[in-house]
Design a protein around this ligand. Structure first.
Ligand code: FES
Length: 106
């Protein structure tokens, strides 16, 4: 057994095109995979404000904008721009065997 035990394969890497988002569900948790400028992010799709799905929102560079009330979160830090203490839930991920694997537990 190795550290891979904590990771679950969620998507073929080639299915995540640059500048786009893909919503997957892992153990009932909606996870939004985002690729921007070659960097991958895996976030909980539910907005920390009132739970709206980021998958219906807009990607603006390294910022994800919630579709419900336009809160803007920085993907690199996870922070809401007006109140940095409010953060996205972000998941660790790795690429192995051509797939993106996400780790649910901290
Ligand atoms: S639910 Fe996302 S900004 Fe309100």
């Amino acid at each position: 057994m190795d550290e891979m035990d904590d990771f679950l394969a969620v998507l073929e890497e080639k299915e995540l095109k640059d500048g786009t988002m893909k919503l997957v569900s892992v153990d009932g948790i909606p996870i939004l995979l985002i690729k921007q400028s070659g960097q991958i992010f895996a976030i909980d799709n539910r907005c920390p404000h009132q739970g709206c799905g980021f998958s219906g929102g807009v990607l603006d560079g390294f910022v994800i904008i919630c579709p419900c009330h336009d809160w803007r979160f920085d993907l690199k830090t996870g922070e809401y721009d007006k109140e940095p203490a409010i953060k996205l839930t972000m998941y660790d991920w790795i690429i192995k065997d051509g797939k993106i694997w996400v780790k649910l537990e901290d």
